[in-house]
Structure formats: C-alpha cells, structure tokens
Ligand binder design. Structure first.
Ligand SMILES: [Zn+2]
Ligand SMILES: [Zn+2]
Ligand SMILES: [Zn+2]
Length: 358
C-alpha cells in the first residue's frame, strides 16, 4: 500500500502537513530577498559602468558589465522564485521546487562564463594585444568603497532571509552579493595602488588594472562552480546532506515503540522541499486506520523539525527475520537508514509475507 502524504491529502481535515501561512511567509521573504538584490545590482552596475568608461578602467568596466548581467540574473531569479513557490499542480505533482535548483544553475553558469571572459580579456592586455589607458583617480576609489559597503549591508540581510527560507536560489543570490564585497574592495585597492605607482612615475603601474582583472576572472570561475553544484545535486536527486538525514532518523526513532521496523529510507531535495519516503513495517494485525494515524503523526513531527519535508509512507506487515528480531528485542522498533539496496531487501521480505500467507 502506498499513501501520499502532503499536497494530495490536503482536502482531509486531519492533515497536519499543510504548510499554510508558513509557506506564504516564506514566499514573501524570498521575493523580498530577490527584489533587494535587483535594486542593489541596478544601482551599482550603473555607477561602475559610468566610472569604468569615463576613466578608461578595464577592471571596473568588466565588473560593471558583470554586475549588469547580475541584474538580468536577478530578474530571471525573481520570476523563477514566483514559479518555484507555486503549489503542486496536475503537471508537476511534486511541486515546482526544481525551478529553484535550475535558477541556481543558470546563475552560477553565468558567473562562471563571465569569469572566463575577464580572464581572456585581461590576458590580452598583459600580452600587449589590446591597448589600455587607465586613469585611476581618487574619486574612482571612493565609489568602489561605497559600493562595497552597500553590498556588505544588503548581503548580510539576504543571507539571513536565505537561512529563514532555506532557498538555494536566495542563498546563491546572497553569496553572489557577498562575493561583490571582496571584488569591489580588491578593485579599490588595485586602483589606489595603480594611482600611487603612476604618481611615483612607475610606468608598469598601468598593468595593475589588467593584473587585477586576471585575479577577478579566476575568482569568478571558481565562485560560479560553487553556485552551480548544489543546484545540480538537487536536479540529479542526490540524497539530502548527512546532517539532515541524521535529524530525520532521530525523529523516526522517537516512534520506535509503535513500529516494528523502518527501512527503505530515501531522501532528495527540490528547492525548499525535502522529499522523504520510508517503508513502515508494523505488526500485521494493526488496522489501516491505525497505520495511517501513525504515518501522519510521524509526518507532523518531521514537519515540526524541518518545515519543507514531504513524507511518503509504504506500510507493510511485519514478517520473517524482521518480525523475529522485533520479538527478540521485546517489541522495540528499529530504524534502518543505510540499506543501499532497499528494493533488493523488498523482494526478500515481501516473499516472506507471501510465505506467511501461503
Ligand atoms: Zn493521510
Ligand atoms: Zn556578480
Ligand atoms: Zn519494505
């Protein structure tokens, strides 16, 4: 018997798994987070492109273009968040959480490509293939420092929102803004160094701009990869992190007096949703109503610990070795999490069931 808990059962009055107001708050916070990122990047991109072009600074222009691209990314993210927060529907019965994962991949991929571009461009300058005439005036240093302060304040707030909503996309946006703090500080330092060098009559100070851009490019490629990875893991249905599986096991274990065994535990993440499915082995004479009630109590407890959890329960009667061990342990349930081949075990204990019936 397979029973879906969560969205499908939301019509029944006893269903305690509905996120309700909590989900509304989460969606509102996620939209606020992305809106803040859009406003911040819009302000900084205009300032950087203006300064970069006016003063002939390749590193600042590149960073301004990158920030302008971030603005587009954030706009895409805003719509992805709206899609990802829609409830499950007929075409997407598991919800739209993976649009969120996809958003992280698109955004991280773009940062990666931008990094590669900056690397090639500045290498061209250093090799003398491209002309450059940077004028690092004090006002350019001041503007980059102001941008760093703005990025720091906004990213701090958005990281807090990401913790509250546990959205990989909002987290990606926050970490992206945070990366700009170091980038803009690095650019400001490069500009100051370049200015000091030129004032001292050191002509090689012209190259500082391109050297800074090489470092910027390498950094962005690494950052992009780190944003892409968690989104990719979700798309590939990789199991939840060990820490979360440990917390899930802990909750299941609280019900050990009531079941015989829980096995076949499988987990995966999709945006803010965590899908968990388990095989709940109970004493064979229990009623369907009893097993259903236990399933809902387990789900309610899981939901208490981790709000995005969706639990799917497969109920089965105790038989064979599991039943004998249960009796030998004097009726205390056991949670088996690390069985790598739940389906193979299934064939084994389901043949036990048939043997009992035959
Ligand atoms: Zn139910
Ligand atoms: Zn960026
Ligand atoms: Zn089973």
């Amino acid at each position: 018997m397979t029973h879906v808990h969560g969205e499908k059962a939301s019509a029944s009055a006893d269903d305690r798994s509905e996120p309700g107001d909590g989900a509304d708050v989460t969606n509102r916070l996620r939209r606020r987070a992305v809106m803040l990122c859009i406003l911040t990047t819009a302000v900084v991109a205009s300032a950087e492109i203006g300064v970069g072009v006016a003063f002939g600074l390749i590193s600042v222009t590149a960073e301004g273009l990158h920030t302008g691209a971030d603005l587009l990314d954030s706009l895409i993210a805003y719509f992805l968040v709206i899609i990802a927060s829609r409830p499950a529907d007929r075409d997407h019965p598991y919800g739209h959480g993976k649009y969120d994962s996809l958003g992280a991949i698109v955004e991280g991929g773009f940062v990666f490509i931008t990094g590669g571009w900056a690397l090639l461009k500045s290498a061209g300058v250093l090799l003398g293939l491209v002309d450059a005439d940077p004028r690092p005036e004090p006002v350019t240093v001041g503007i980059m420092l102001a941008a760093a302060v703005l990025y720091w304040g906004v990213s701090r707030y958005v990281i807090r929102l990401a913790d509250q909503t546990r959205s990989p996309l909002v987290y990606a946006e926050a970490m992206h803004l945070r990366s700009h703090v170091w980038i803009t500080l690095g650019l400001a330092a490069g500009l100051a160094l370049s200015k000091a060098g030129l004032s001292a009559g050191w002509s090689a100070a012209h190259q500082v701009d391109a050297i800074v851009a090489v470092l910027l490019g390498a950094y962005l490629m690494r950052l992009g990869w780190r944003i892409v990875r968690p989104g990719f893991r979700q798309l590939m249905d990789t199991a939840l992190p060990d820490e979360e599986i440990r917390r899930i096991t802990e909750v299941l274990d609280r019900f050990r007096e009531e079941f015989v065994e829980i096995h076949g535990v499988r987990t995966r993440g999709a945006g803010v949703d965590r899908h968990v499915d388990i095989h709940l082995m109970v004493e064979g004479d229990r009623t369907v109503r009893w097993a259903h009630d236990l399933s809902h109590r387990i789900e309610a407890e899981l939901h208490e610990q981790m709000p995005g959890v969706r639990l799917l329960v497969h109920v089965e009667p105790a038989a064979g070795r599991a039943w004998e061990e249960y009796l030998a342990r004097r009726r205390v349930g056991r949670v088996v999490v690390r069985d790598c081949a739940p389906l193979a075990a299934e064939a084994d204990h389901h043949s036990d069931v048939r043997a009992h019936q035959g």
